[in-house]
Design a protein around this ligand. Structure first.
Ligand SMILES: [Fe+2]
Length: 291
């Protein structure tokens, strides 16, 4: 009897040790290596193909000194343009006037034109601090999109690219309040074009829920981050948690169709979430082949 119990105990200890070693290894790898996820997306208005790198949610993390590893990995993709979709800052860098992020963005500009939209984190900083940051990166050549758009040439094609942190549906507001909001006015204006339209919207929820896509007939592609891919990804289950969507999020990472026409790509980003490290969830550079 005792022999049987000891054997069972040993088996349980060995299984737990095995799971622990796998999880620790996965956590280390998931916080150090960077993978490249590639998507081919049809935008019917384009007459040629365009290659765009998307990054988000770095939260001040560094890959190599001054992010040299991250920059090299992005450069290898030979992008025509780079979309930075928010939550790039952290409090440590705020004390130095975000010099680390400014340097990273300058490094990105050496590779390709950079379009930057805000994440919730950028919105949380005092407006003086963030305005100084935006002034600096704009002077350096980054195009900052905040309830605004530009018609830009990317890889020989003209694309209308906008950015917003606002909700693309009423979100507790009356119809009138919604229609007077900055995001509504900006998106309505952005839609008035025959160019392909891409919105950088850090929080995917803002375009997913309450049938948000029904309000917009001419937004072709929404590019988001914020979910961190569910932070911990369980094999055969998927992401465990994402901000806003909570436990076992439905829209954690990848390509989605919202209604008949609106496409969405969510990148899982480049860091863990607050003090929680990524597990079974490699940090990601996203490559969009638009054509
Ligand atoms: Fe976020």
């Amino acid at each position: 009897m005792n022999f049987k119990r000891n054997k069972l105990k040993k088996t349980v200890v060995i299984i737990l040790a095995f799971v622990l070693v796998i999880t620790i290894t996965a956590t280390i790898i998931s916080n150090a290596c960077i993978k490249v996820s590639e998507y081919t997306i049809n935008l019917s208005e384009l007459s040629g193909s365009v290659r765009v790198v998307v990054i988000s949610d770095l939260h001040g993390k560094e890959y190599g000194r001054d992010n040299t590893r991250l920059l090299a990995k992005i450069s290898e993709q030979r992008p025509d343009s780079i979309f930075v979709v928010g939550d790039m800052l952290d409090d440590g860098d705020a004390k130095n006037g975000f010099s680390k992020t400014v340097k990273l963005l300058s490094g990105l500009l050496d590779i390709a034109p950079v379009y930057f939209s805000y994440g919730n984190q950028e919105k949380e900083y005092n407006s003086d601090i963030i305005n100084r940051f935006v002034e600096t990166i704009t002077e350096n050549g980054v195009v900052v999109l905040d309830d605004s758009f530009v018609d830009c040439e990317i890889g020989g094609q003209i694309i209308r690219v906008g950015g917003t942190m606002g909700h693309a549906f009423p979100f507790g507001r009356t119809k009138e309040e919604f229609e007077n909001s900055n995001e509504y006015i900006f998106l309505k204006d952005m839609e008035k074009t025959s160019l392909p339209t891409v919105v950088l919207a850090h929080m995917p929820d803002t375009f997913i829920f309450n049938g948000a896509h029904q309000y917009w007939s001419n937004i072709d592609l929404v590019v988001s981050g914020h979910t961190h891919g569910g932070v911990v990804r369980l094999p055969f289950v998927g992401g465990v948690y994402s901000p806003m969507q909570g436990i076992f999020p439905e829209y954690d990472y990848g390509f989605y169709m919202l209604g008949e026409n609106m496409k969405m790509v969510i990148t899982s980003g480049l860091s863990g979430y607050k003090f929680i490290p990524r597990v079974f969830n490699l940090p990601e550079i996203c490559v969009l082949n638009l054509g």
